[in-house]
Design a protein around this ligand. Structure first.
Ligand SMILES: N[C@@H](CCC(=O)N[C@@H](CS)C(=O)NCC(=O)O)C(=O)O
Length: 217
């Protein structure tokens, strides 16, 4: 039986998993879940994932959530040794370092800014919000000081984890030209098979963010 992926179109973590699925050409059954309509809080969903988040996968009764854990699991299980998540400990450690930075710092900083806008609770991006985003982007810019990709000289799941968040920011009107290494990295991501679809979603997400603002950035 193919893996089932519970996902939603706009969610950056879910889009990261979609990017990997496309890249590895994995056979996956996609189920769209509407969290706003309570579909992540049904008893059936909570039995699978008590943290009620998407993305979630069901690999023949093995349930996994947390996008970065899913990325690692899919490579490990279906393409072991692939350059996207190599088995060499030091190479893998560099990837894990970026995934942990994303999970504990970058993504929470960005989503903490964008969520109030998505929910209609904020109508302007204040100078403080902009400064938080720019500080988070500046850290990423520095992480690229020696390499073209976030974990070395090859694209890995670390880049896939970051791309949807950065693409959403870019299409929401945040100026990436202040971060030339990051901008070059963003351009290099075009090599991903799922990039065109990811861009199309980022455009929609960006339009949505801009439509919720009373003042442009
Ligand atoms: N750290 C999680 C974050 C997942 C997450 O926050 N998903 C949101 C959508 S972007 C969600 O499922 N929200 C619905 C809910 O919490 O019920 C991951 O990387 O998978």
């Amino acid at each position: 039986m193919p893996i089932t992926l519970y996902t939603s179109t706009m969610s950056p973590p879910a889009r990261a998993v979609q990017l990997l699925i496309k890249e590895l050409e994995l056979k996956v059954k996609v189920k769209l879940v509407d969290a706003r309509a309570g579909e992540t809080r049904t008893e059936e969903f909570l039995r699978m994932n008590p943290q009620h988040t998407i993305p979630t996968i069901d690999d023949n009764g093995f349930y996994l959530w947390e996008s970065r854990a899913i990325l690692a699991y899919l490579v490990e299980t279906y393409r072991q040794g692939h350059d996207l998540y190599p088995t060499i400990p030091k190479e893998r450690a560099l990837i894990n370092r970026v995934l942990h930075h994303d999970s504990s710092a970058f993504y929470p900083q960005i989503i903490g800014t964008l969520y109030p806008i998505f929910r209609g609770e904020a109508k302007v991006i204040t100078p403080e919000m902009k400064a938080t985003v720019e500080k988070a982007l500046a850290t990423l810019e520095l992480l690229l000081i020696r390499n073209d990709w976030f974990a070395g000289e090859k694209i890995t799941i670390a880049d896939m984890a970051l791309l949807p968040t950065i693409a959403t920011l870019a299409h929401s009107g945040f100026d990436l030209t202040k971060f030339p290494r990051l901008l070059a990295w963003y351009d290099n991501c075009k090599e991903l098979k799922g990039y065109p679809e990811e861009q199309a979603i980022a455009v929609q997400a960006g339009q949505f963010v801009r439509s919720m603002l009373t003042e442009g950035l």
